[in-house]
Every structure is written in structure tokens, then in C-alpha cells.
Design a protein around this ligand. Sequence first.
Ligand SMILES: NC(=O)C1=CN([C@@H]2O[C@H](COP(=O)(O)OP(=O)(O)OC[C@H]3O[C@@H](n4cnc5c(N)ncnc54)[C@H](O)[C@@H]3O)[C@@H](O)[C@H]2O)[C@@H](O)CC1
Ligand SMILES: Nc1ncnc2c1ncn2[C@@H]1O[C@H](COP(=O)(O)OP(=O)(O)O)[C@@H](O)[C@H]1O
Length: 286
Amino acid sequence: MIVDINFENLSELFQKRNLDSNKGDYGTVGIIGGSNGMLGSILLAGRAALKLGVGKVLIGFAYNESPISVDFMQPELMINTATYWLKSQIKVNTWVIGCGLGQSIFSQKLINEILILKRKSTIVLDADALNILASKNFSKSKLNCANNTVVLTPHPAEAARLLGCSTQEIQNNRLDAVRLLSKNFKAWIVLKGKNTLVCSPDDKTIFRNTTGNPGLASSGTGDVLAGMIGSLISQKLCLKQAILGAVWLHGKASDELSLENIGPIGLTANEIADCARKIRNKITYN
Ligand SMILES: NC(=O)C1=CN([C@@H]2O[C@H](COP(=O)(O)OP(=O)(O)OC[C@H]3O[C@@H](n4cnc5c(N)ncnc54)[C@H](O)[C@@H]3O)[C@@H](O)[C@H]2O)[C@@H](O)CC1
Ligand SMILES: Nc1ncnc2c1ncn2[C@@H]1O[C@H](COP(=O)(O)OP(=O)(O)O)[C@@H](O)[C@H]1O
């Protein structure tokens, strides 16, 4: 069965906040990645996570020493190395790993550590984490021990690497591809692109997004989506509402910005997060 994602089936996304709540009620997301000229990718994800309302965001660079200590555009982000956060005692609800991670031995080690040590958290694997999963020397059993709390967010080229076929084959049969990925990896799959598809590991329903436009075809918008998914999961929406909610809001933001002539041409990834925040508040409180 295929179900369209519309805001009517996203009630948890539009819940008002309890007046007596504090930041601890909105969870913590840890974001790991950002190596070799791709430092921006985890900052994009982290800023988006904050703007979607998570209580705390930890940014962990895949370096031995953090290349920056503060993001002056978003000083709320807590910045250190990946290793530092993985060892810290802070309770992290969701780990997002892969944005700009690279595929070095060190990056592979970080993925193994998260999958083995952080089994109780939900783990979102994006970008280079998916490329590492697709590589021959990665053992899928490491992923399976994470007990269905794994979310993979491939774009069509990453999906092709994961299934060992061509991008064209994925695009020719997106429904089969998303089903096969969720079966093979026992994970939630977000197959990105026009009309993003979402499939859960234990459910035959496939959800198809109804928002979004070619304004999203620009650098870093996938990093923003990964941050948004991690943020909503950490805020304790159920997994389905968190994933579908992030996918829908991400596309809706690009649609609204295009109506304002801020896209589709030249739309930038950070703008998506700002607009997604506005839409969530507008629907929730008006
Ligand atoms: N500011 C930054 O630091 C950025 C870092 N990034 C990182 O760069 C690394 C490489 O990722 P890339 O995704 O650029 O490289 P990839 O080689 O994985 O994929 C890029 C190619 O995928 C194909 N593709 C993507 N979406 C498609 C669609 N809807 N239909 C058909 N084909 C499609 C296209 O051929 C595209 O050129 C990742 O770690 C990523 O996180 C990127 O996210 C961009 C921004
Ligand atoms: N033509 C399009 N229509 C709708 N959504 C799109 C389109 N092109 C890209 N997107 C969305 O933009 C995002 C791009 O993610 P990704 O390819 O991982 O980018 P990056 O690696 O640069 O961050 C995905 O959420 C994808 O669904």
C-alpha cells in the first residue's frame, strides 16, 4: 500500500509545548561527521536540528582535534570531536552520522563505535555513512544488532551503492528499491529525490512525500534533512511521525520559499531550516 504524506497525518508534529517544560524534555541529538573540506555539512545538520526544536545539539567532528570550537552563526551548538562526545556521559537520544564524514579508516571506526556502543539510541545514517555501509568490508550484522532503531537516508546514487546496482535502476523502480533496502538492512529507509519514499522495516506501507521541488537540488539540503529527522526523533515523536514529519516539512519549506521567490533557483540549505521552523510554529499555534 502507498500512502501520501500530508500534514493531516502528522498530528504529533503539531503538538503545542507544555507550558512547564524545559530543554531536557526536548532531547539531545549528537551529530558526527564533517571532515576534509566538508565541515559545513554537520553545521548545517546541527543548525537545522536546533531550529526544529531539539533541546541540545552536540557536534562531533571526525578529527583528532576539533577544527573549530564555536559556530559563530549558531553558538548554541556544542562543538568538540566525535571521540569526545562518544565517550561523554551526556544522554543522547539520537545519533546522526555521515554528513561530510568521509570514508577513511577513522570514519569507519566511528560508525562501528556508534553501532556497537550506542545501541540504545536511535541512529540515523546519512551520506558517507551509507557509502561505508555499502563497502565490501562492512559487516551488516553490526547494523542488525541495533534492533530496528536505525534510519538510512540514501539519495538515489547512495541507494544504488547499497543495492549494488545503477542509479538509473533505482530511479526506474523506486518502490521496489525502498522495500528491498528496508528488508536487507532491517531499517527505516528514506529514499530521497522527487516524491521521497519512506518505508519501515516491519510494515508493508510505503509513504510518499507530496512536498518539495527542484529548489532542493542544491548542496547541503540532505544534511539539513538528516538534522531535522534527528531533531524530531530526539523530541520523542514516534519514529514514524518524526521521519514523515521531517520529510514533509523539508519539502514544504522549499515550496513556501519558492512562492516567495527565494527559490527554486538559488535556494540555500540553511534557509530550509529557518522556513521549516516557521511552518511548524504557524500550524501548531495558529
Ligand atoms: N557543505 C558541505 O560540507 C557539504 C558536504 N556534503 C558531503 O559530501 C559528501 C558526498 O556527498 P554527495 O551526495 O555530494 O556525493 P555522491 O557522489 O554520493 O552523490 C552525488 C550524485 O548523486 C546523484 N544523485 C543525487 N540525488 C539524485 C537524484 N534525486 N536523482 C538522481 N541522481 C541523484 C547525482 O548523480 C549526484 O551527482 C557527503 O559526505 C555529504 O554529506 C554534501 O552534503 C554537500 C554539502
Ligand atoms: N527535484 C527535487 N524535488 C524534490 N526534492 C528534491 C529534489 N531534488 C532534491 N530533493 C531533495 O533534496 C535533498 C537532497 O539530499 P542530498 O542529495 O543528500 O543532498 P546533499 O548531499 O547535498 O546534502 C533530499 O531531501 C531530496 O529528496
